[in-house]
Design a protein around this ligand. Sequence first.
Ligand code: C5P
Length: 228
Amino acid sequence: MNNINIPVITIDGPSATGKGTLAASLAAHLDFHLLDSGSLYRILGVAVARAGLSLDEPEVIAQFARNLDIQFGLHGGGSVALDGEDVSIVIRTDLGSDMASKVGAIPAAREALLDRQLAFRQSPGLVADGRDMGTVVFPDACAKFFLTASAEARAQRRYKQLLDKGIDAIFPALLRELDERDKRDRSRSVSPMQPAGDAIVIDTTELDRSEVMEQVLRWVTVALSRES
Ligand code: C5P
């Protein structure tokens, strides 16, 4: 790879901690590219479910993952298409979340998605959002963040997001689903969700978006000035 001098900022952590919003705002602010790695796992999960593949055949799933025709919108943000079909909405359903964390637990599937993620490292820089961005995919990132928040705060955020979109939701069920998915993400044998040793951990339970962005920008400004 000849792009190792291009700066990468990683944002990892469990779902509904504000990672996605932060990553998108930061990428827009810096005019960097954006990698929403969760969407790759979601697309693979939905495609596997549609194709009726068995999760017990890792090599079949890995080959399938390598051959998927995925197109992201401008700078990696916005819409995403699978075989030319806009799947931006379907990958955000419960099926998308559940299947993403199931295919994400398959080592061969993770390996198969690696090159696609590395390819996002383009000039002038990249903000990468996921679970293993700072630990596995971009271990040489110049600034690494790991966002956390209490399970209740996260479920409350997800609940509000769904209601705002006009989607009915049951709070205790949401809390249970978030908890199950996090447990699976934390306990898998490869790339478990955990902060990199050199990550800055930010608890967002009591912070609003602008407060998180403010903290992150302070660190990022220092990190980028060291790079140049
Ligand atoms: O970030 P998002 O909620 O869209 O991710 C969906 C699922 O994809 C996660 O619960 C996780 O299981 C998987 N994932 C992963 N590694 C990443 C990003 C997402 O395993 N880097």
